[in-house]
Ligand binder design. Structure first.
Ligand code: FE
Length: 340
C-alpha cells in the first residue's frame, strides 16, 4: 500500500467540503484505503450505471479512521472502503458507521461476511507457500505445522504487527484459546529463517530463492505472480508449491475487503447504492478477475486462470466481525514472543 500525501489530501478535503455545500448533486464521497489499479474500472462502471460521480480520497487505513473521527459531524465522507476485517471492526467500535438494512446486501453476502454496519465484498485467504526442493508438502499442511521444530530455520513472514498476521493470530486465538496460540507464535518465531521484513510478495520470492523454506502469504499476491509475464516470476513460481492450510480442521484463514456507510454521510442514499453495486455481479467480477480476490457472492462466475489453478478450498467460517475481539490480544502475544 502506498503512502498518503497529506497536503494533497487537505486540498481534496477543501474541494469536497465545497462540493458538500452545493449539495443535491449526484455525488458520493469515498474514503478508500484500497489502492489497486483495477478499482478505477469499478468506480467508472458505478458512475456509468447510476450517474453518481465518485470523489475519492485515498489514504492509509489508520489515517483514514482518525480523519473521519476528527471530522466528526462535518465529515464529507459517505463510505469507508478498506482492507482487513479487524480494521473494519475497529471503525465500527469507533462508532464511525451507521447501520444499513438492505435486502440486496443481506441476500447476496453470506452472514459470516457481514455485520449490521459493514459488509465484505471480496475474500482473500492466507495460504502457505513452500520451496519444493527444501520442504515436503505434507510437513506444511496447517498453520500449526509452521511451529513444528521440524521447520527450524525455514519459516519467513512479514512483520507480526501487520494486520494480515494479527487477524490470522486473532483467528487462532478464537479457535484454540490464548495459551495455545501463544505457544504457536513462540514456535513460529523459533523457526524463523530471518527476522520478519518486507511484504508477502517478498516472502514468496525468498522462498523461491531458497532463502526461506516456507512462508505465509495472502492468496492474491500468489495469484498475481502466477499471472505474471516476467521470466523471473515464472521461474520463481516453478520452484514453489502452494498449500491450502487447515483443510482437515478449521479451513484456511480468510480476510476481506469491505465497506460501510458513515454515520454523518451527506449522501446516504448514494452510499447504500454504492454498497449494493459492490455486491453486483459486475463489481464482484472486477474484484476476482482484476485483483485476484474471491467474490463474496457465491453465484458469481469468475474468469481468472490463477484462481482456477489455486482451486477450490475450505475457508474458515468464523464471523469476520469477531476478529477485532482478539486483535489487541494477538499484538500483545506477538510482542511477548518477539514476533515483530
Ligand atoms: Fe495486501
Amino acid at each position: 500500500m502506498k503512502q498518503a500525501m497529506p497536503r494533497a489530501l487537505c486540498v481534496l478535503t477543501a474541494a469536497l467540503l465545497a462540493g458538500a455545500a452545493t449539495a443535491e448533486e449526484k455525488v458520493l464521497n469515498l474514503y478508500s484505503a484500497r489502492h489497486y489499479q483495477t478499482d478505477e474500472a469499478l468506480y467508472a462502471d458505478f458512475t456509468k450505471q447510476t450517474g453518481i460521480k465518485i470523489n475519492r480520497i485515498e489514504g492509509k487505513e489508520e489515517e483514514l479512521l482518525e480523519r473521519i473521527r476528527n471530522e466528526g459531524a462535518n465529515s464529507p465522507a459517505d463510505v469507508l472502503l478498506t482492507v482487513d476485517a479487524a480494521r473494519l471492526a475497529k471503525a465500527h467500535e469507533m462508532g464511525l458507521f451507521t447501520p444499513v438494512r438492505s435486502k440486496t446486501l443481506e441476500s447476496r453476502i453470506p452472514a459470516h461476511l457481514r455485520t449490521e454496519d459493514w459488509f465484505s465484498f471480496s475474500v482473500r485467504a492466507r495460504v502457505i507457500v513452500y520451496n519444493k526442493a527444501a520442504v515436503k508438502a505434507e510437513d506444511v499442511q496447517s498453520y500449526d505445522d509452521l511451529a513444528d521444530p521440524k521447520l527450524k530455520g525455514k519459516v519467513c513472514t512479514r512483520s507480526g504487527s501487520h494486520p494480515y498476521n494479527l487477524s490470522l493470530m486473532a483467528s487462532i486465538i478464537s479457535h484454540q484459546g490464548a495459551d495455545k496460540a501463544e505457544a504457536w507464535a513462540k514456535g513460529v518465531v523459533a523457526n524463523f529463517a530471518r527476522a520478519p521484513k518486507g511484504g508477502d510478495t517478498d516472502q514468496i520470492k525468498a522462498v523461491a530463492a531458497g532463502e526461506c523454506g516456507v512462508a505465509i502469504s495472502n492468496s492474491y499476491y500468489v495469484a498475481r505472480l502466477m499471472r505474471s509475464e516476467k521470466d523471473a516470476d515464472k521461474k520463481a513460481m516453478e520452484r514453489i508449491g502452494v498449500v491450502w492450510p487447515n483443510q482437515k480442521s478449521t479451513g484456511a484463514h480468510i480476510n476481506v475487503s469491505g465497506a460501510g456507510v458513515l454515520k454523518h454521510a451527506p449522501h446516504k442514499e448514494a452510499a447504500v447504492k454504492f454498497l449494493e453495486y459492490l455486491a453486483s455481479d459486475a463489481a464482484q467480477r472486477y474484484f476476482a478477475d482484476g485483483n485476484n480476490e474471491w467474490p463474496v457472492v457465491k453465484s458469481v462466475k469468475v474468469d481468472n486462470p490463477a484462481l482456477t489453478r489455486l482451486g477450490p478450498f475450505k475457508a474458515d467460517t468464523l464471523p469476520v466481525g469477531n476478529l477485532q475481539m482478539y486483535s489487541t490480544k494477538a499484538q500483545v502475544i506477538f510482542d511477548r514472543v518477539g514476533y515483530r
